[in-house]
Write a protein that binds this ligand. Structure first.
Ligand code: FRU
Length: 905
């Protein structure tokens, strides 16, 4: 683009020019007071207008030779290519002209000469010839006889010298012509007039005055007129056209004749251009002269007028040309601009086309890349989905495998506990079994920790923080370890000056952390040592320290203490490498820090800092708590000896428990343990369990969650939705420990939720307390309903059952034919269901209830109505008054007749 513009500008600069280069011509004029000098300048300028490449520097010296010398030097200093000079006087100007000439600057001398030949060209008419012609003409005009006066020009100027000489020579051949006087007019009218006035006495005698130029001739006319010499003939030189000039004076008879003396302005410029263009010229250029008098003045005037008109035309045309040139120039400029714009437009169009193509190419490339990227991202999405599925599968696998591991562990730990509690085993047998129990617990603990890690790894473990009193929390943990501490003589205490310290935390997670640290401390602390939990509030943090007097850790072990699977260097106490790593992760989930300081045999201090308040938790992390840790998993492995058999609460074996469990071994284990206190019914899946629940209406149901055909939740839902079974307490047993599943169980109104592997004692206690609650409920049906029981749906359905049953009995109290069959038919349940439900809810059997109801009514009638004993007997459904009296006396210890007599009134 730029290159194109440069070429265009260069082409514009190469247009043809009339002058190859620009010249400066200096023009030194002796003066400009008269018309002749001004004409010379006008002619030169007119001629120059044809040569725009040449400029003229003009200076005039007011007829002063000294000034003219100075001006020539100025021209020289300004830098001129050629000098045109009309010197005022010959000699004074000669040196400066020679100097110019000698510098190699061409010099053209016009009209007046210098006193040397150091010039390039002279232009002018032959002044000697002018003088001689004038002499001849005067002789002819005066017919060879007469007196003449001569008015001479500036004596030191060459035309004056030469004209004077020529005139003398001209009249010398005519002896009748006598030179009366010669005066100096110095080329100026006033001077001529003054000089002639001074010889006015001669004027009347003079026949003719010859003045060297027309202006001095005019002065002569004035002087002659004043002297009364009106007939004196007067001749001048110049014969200029124009107003008041020579030709007009001749035609107006002011002068009798004038000799043509051309200014030579046109020729001076023409010769200058020739010289500047190195064209050879003759040294002298002589201009023609002629006498203008009354015989030819008219013709001369016509000619000069014509020339003047032509000159005006030329000037006009030049003006027009200049205007055209201006228009041409502006149009040319416009054209250039248009050309450049067009060129630029073409170039831009080209660039546009090029960049569009480039864009298309890039777009095509980008589209391809885009396709590739979206293909890859689809692949990535598919891969990540597959990875997510695989991860999910891994978690499920881990959960399931842990379930699979936990179930056999339950079957190991459960019977072991039973043997350890009940058998009379002693010494090494008990010790070995304790060791088995301890390691089974340890294995379970490890499985739990491994699962926690998996959950952490897949971000499935979420903090569920609630506000807890950390003092109380730590106190509970210390309490749990008290038994072991007592047995091993270890000083185990909570040391704190805080009365309470509210901290937002997930109690399940913090249980894990503190149990881990405490069980570590106990592991590595010898008997009679100390394990302390220190608690304090520092600024905006709660600081928990677990401090022991154990064997401590080396610097290297310290460095890796929190690394997963790092097992330390203590041979007999090698850890799994999970506990501390898990602690660190869990503390970090609380935005806290955990650190250790220790030294070989100097004990260890673990320090946990937890930020106070709850602003560091996400809103979703602020509710509930994950399941709390089972302390025996930590403490069991620390116990040095086997547990002593515990006190077993004996329960009423009249309760029937339905056990729904798909694992035959676990089922048989639980049945075996429960059958001492309860009558146990067994079902191997949810469907079977449900049928049996309806059939036998057990007093309690123990049910696994994960089962084939129908799972525990489905069973629970149906049991609790049916009026016949809603009252039965259900205990869910499961290894699935997610909070969601716990919530699901509780939403379906599970009465208790026990995590596998469970301590059998917990199951026993749970059952005892649930069955005891049922007993309370039974009491309610014989008294007022406690307010606290009114809200739960299962209680409501129980009430519905009881009220339906009692109202049927009430309505049939006088019906002798009324039987139990009428009741279960009306209630649309089986006989067994009726029996079990009435027993469960009301603590009585159906027949007894009906009998009691009849007796109650009978008591009422006897007390408040005027019925006879016989009437009361029939009204209350007894077949005979005798049978009524027997039953009444047996039950109440008094005969109806006596009762009536006693209570009447
Ligand atoms: C003009 C003039 C002319 C004369 C010439 C002689 O200044 O006086 O009238 O012919 O100079 O140089």
């Amino acid at each position: 683009m730029f290159r194109f513009l440069v070429i265009l500008i260069l082409l514009a600069g190469c247009r043809p020019s009339p002058e190859r280069r620009h010249f400066r011509i200096g023009f030194s004029q002796c003066g400009e007071a008269d018309h002749w000098r001004r004409s010379m300048l006008a002619e030169m300028q007119r001629e120059l207008s044809f040569h725009p490449g040449i400029s003229l520097i003009y200076k005039q010296a007011d007829d002063n030779s000294g000034l003219q010398v100075k001006q020539v030097r100025e021209l020289l200093a300004e830098g001129i290519d050629l000098l045109i000079i009309s010197p005022n006087e010959a000699r004074p100007l000669t040196p400066v002209v020679e100097e110019v000439f000698n510098r190699g600057i061409p010099v053209i001398v016009v009209d007046r000469k210098i006193a040397s030949t150091s010039y390039t060209n002279y232009i002018g008419a032959d002044n000697y010839e002018i003088g001689r012609i004038a002499g001849e003409y005067v002789a002819a005009l005066l017919k060879g006889k007469g007196n003449v006066i001569e008015v001479v020009g500036l004596p030191a100027s060459s035309p004056a010298i030469e004209r004077k000489r020529g005139f003398q020579d001209g009249i010398r051949r005519h002896p009748g012509i006598r030179m009366l006087q010669q005066v100096h007019g110095d080329w100026v009218q006033q001077k001529s007039e003054a000089a002639l006035d001074s010889i006015s006495s001669f004027l009347p005698r003079a026949d003719l005055v010859f003045a060297h130029n027309d202006v001095m001739a005019m002065g002569a006319r004035q002087a002659c007129n004043r002297a009364g010499a009106r007939s004196t003939k007067i001749i001048g030189v110049d014969a200029l056209p124009g107003k008041g000039a020579g030709l007009e004076m001749v035609s107006g008879k002011v002068l009798d004749a004038s000799l043509l003396y051309p200014t030579g302005g046109t020729e001076a410029i023409r010769n200058a251009i020739s010289i500047l263009n190195k064209t050879a010229l003759p040294k002298e250029t002589f201009l023609q002269t002629l006498v203008v008098d009354s015989t030819n003045v008219r013709m001369m005037q016509l000619q000069t007028d014509k020339i003047l008109n032509q000159q005006k035309d030329i000037e006009l045309q030049q003006g027009m040309i200049a205007e055209q040139l201006r228009v041409y120039k502006s149009q040319r400029t416009m054209l250039y601009v248009l050309g450049i714009t067009l060129g630029a437009a073409v170039i831009f169009a080209g660039l546009l086309w090029y960049s569009r193509n480039l864009n298309k190419q890039i777009n095509r490339k980008l589209a391809l890349q885009n396709e590739e990227i979206s293909r890859q991202s689809k692949q990535l999405i598919a891969m990540s989905e597959a990875a997510a599925q695989a991860n999910e599968a891994r978690i499920t696998f881990f959960t399931n495998i842990s379930h699979e591991i936990r179930t056999p562990l339950t079957l190991i730990i459960g019977p072991l506990d039973e043997i350890l509690q009940h058998s009379r085993m002693h010494g090494s047998e008990r010790q070995q079994l304790s060791l088995v129990r301890k390691n089974a617990s340890r294995l379970l603990h490890l499985v739990n920790q491994l699962m926690d890690f998996r959950k952490l790894e897949f971000n499935k473990m979420q903090v569920r923080a609630s506000e807890n009193d950390l003092v109380l929390f730590c106190h509970e943990i210390v309490e749990i370890f008290q038994q072991i501490a007592r047995q091993r003589g270890i000083d185990c205490r909570l040391v704190t000056s805080e009365r309470s310290l509210p901290v937002w935390m997930d109690t399940g997670m913090m249980d894990k952390v503190l149990f881990n640290l405490m069980s570590n401390a106990f592991k590595f602390t010898p008997d009679q040592g100390a394990v302390l939990i220190k608690l304090e509030k520092r600024d905006e943090e709660a600081v928990i320290q677990v401090q022991d007097t154990g064997i401590g850790m080396s610097a290297e072990v310290m460095q890796h203490a929190f690394d997963i699977f790092y097992q330390g260097d203590v041979d007999n106490h090698k850890g799994s490498g999970l506990g501390l790593a898990l602690c660190k992760e869990l503390v970090q989930l609380h935005h806290g820090t955990i650190s250790a300081s220790s030294g070989k045999n100097r004990g260890t201090i673990f320090t946990i800092s937890l930020p106070l308040g709850n602003r560091h938790f996400e809103p979703g992390e602020l509710h509930g708590s994950t399941g709390r840790e089972e302390p025996q998993l930590y403490t069991a492995e620390l116990l040095p000896v086997a547990d002593e058999p515990g006190e077993q609460a004996k329960l009423d074996k009249r309760f029937v428990i339905l056990l729904v469990e798909d694992n035959p071994e676990l089922r048989s284990f639980i049945r075996h343990r429960l059958s001492e206190e309860y009558e146990v019914l067994e079902a191997e899946n949810g469907q079977q369990g449900l049928q049996m629940a309806f059939e036998y209406l057990p007093d309690g149901i123990i049910c696994d969650v994960m089962m084939p055909v129908k799972d525990g939740h489905a069973l629970l839902k149906e049991i609790k939705a049916d009026v016949r079974t809603a009252h039965i307490p259900v205990v869910l047993l499961t290894a699935r420990v997610t909070p969601d599943q716990q919530v699901e169980g509780l939403q379906n109104k599970a009465d208790a939720y026990i995590l596998k592997p469970f301590d059998f004692k917990i199951l026993q206690h749970t059952l005892t307390s649930l069955l005891a609650n049922r007993s309370h409920l039974k009491e309610h049906f014989t008294a007022d309903i406690p307010a606290g029981l009114r809200n739960t749906a299962s209680r409501r359905s129980d009430l519905r059952f009881v009220s339906e049953f009692t109202s049927i009995v009430e309505n049939n109290i006088g019906n002798e034919e009324f039987s139990i069959e009428d009741i279960y038919r009306q209630m649309n349940i089986s006989k067994v269901q009726l029996y079990r439900k009435v027993k469960a809810l009301m603590g009585t059997n159906v027949n007894e209830y009906i009998l009691n109801a009849r007796l109650q009514k009978a008591r009422y009638f006897l007390q408040h109505q005027e019925y006879s004993v016989a009437e009361v007997a029939y009204k209350t459904g007894f077949s005979s008054p005798a049978y009524f009296s027997t039953v009444f006396r047996n039950k109440l210890g008094i005969s109806p007749t006596m009762f009536k007599g006693k209570n009447k009134g």
